[in-house]
Design a binder for this molecule. Structure first.
Ligand code: FMN
Length: 212
């Protein structure tokens, strides 16, 4: 933080550029560390907000891919989930990350795009192990009422994993939501003073420090 403040006074645009790069690097690092339980997990999940016909909705999802150069974020979901219909009607969304250890919030204004029967979804499906694929074997529409608790996959599987062959039945339910980042906002909380900045990519590229 000291370094950033010093830079602000000497070369504001450089410091903002550094902060923007660091922010994306935090997301990329979270992906590198998805399987390592011992490291800071703050940016592995995010809250995804959506618009509905009557108001707003939000839920937690796992960050699956990030492109710091082209400014894209991807997450996975069941194609039958309510959020998919919401994004088809209202493609704009906000992605919200909070890292409690680092006391950093990243707020991304994005435009979503659904991938189901295409190359993008095929490629991401190939990267999933059977543990993740199991989540796409549900016989029922997510959110549909059931007579009792339903585990989200055929009950006979229990704690077992499907074979790779059997897991292919989940492909038809699998969707990738691609998020084109229009703006990223950074907020760091600290007793020494907070740091808030906005990095806008679309329609124009510009960066600014903001009052917290
Ligand atoms: C830690 C955590 C991670 C989750 N990851 C995902 C995910 O990657 N994709 C997903 O569709 N749902 C995920 N969920 C479940 C969603 O929060 C949500 O309950 C579900 O997708 C239904 O949302 P919808 O009815 O708004 O479509 C996750 C939930 C938690 C608590």
């Amino acid at each position: 933080m000291t370094l950033l403040r010093t830079s602000v006074h000497t070369s504001p645009s450089l410091a903002l550029t550094d902060l923007e790069r660091e922010s994306w690097q935090k997301l990329i690092s979270a992906l590198d560390r998805q399987n390592d339980q011992s490291v800071d997990s703050g940016f592995r999940t995010m809250i995804v907000a959506s618009r509905t016909a009557t108001g707003a909705d939000a839920r937690t999802v796992v960050l699956r891919q990030a492109d710091a150069i082209r400014k894209y974020i991807w997450f996975h979901t069941d194609v039958r989930a309510a959020k998919v219909m919401q994004f088809e009607a209202f493609p704009d969304s906000t992605l919200l990350f909070w890292n409690d250890n680092q006391q950093i919030q990243l707020r991304l204004i994005v435009e979503t795009h659904l991938h189901t029967n295409d190359y993008v979804a095929d490629e991401q499906w190939k990267t999933l192990g059977v543990g993740n694929r199991k989540n796409y074997l549900s016989e029922y529409v997510p959110g549909s009422e059931q007579p009792g608790p339903y585990p989200g996959f055929p009950a006979h599987l229990g704690a077992d994993l499907p074979s790779m062959d059997d897991s292919e039945a989940g492909r038809k339910n699998f969707a990738v939501i691609e998020c084109r980042v229009l703006t990223m906002e950074y907020l760091h909380l600290s007793r020494d003073g907070q740091v808030r900045a906005r990095f806008q990519y679309e329609p124009d590229s510009k960066m600014a420090w903001l009052a917290p």
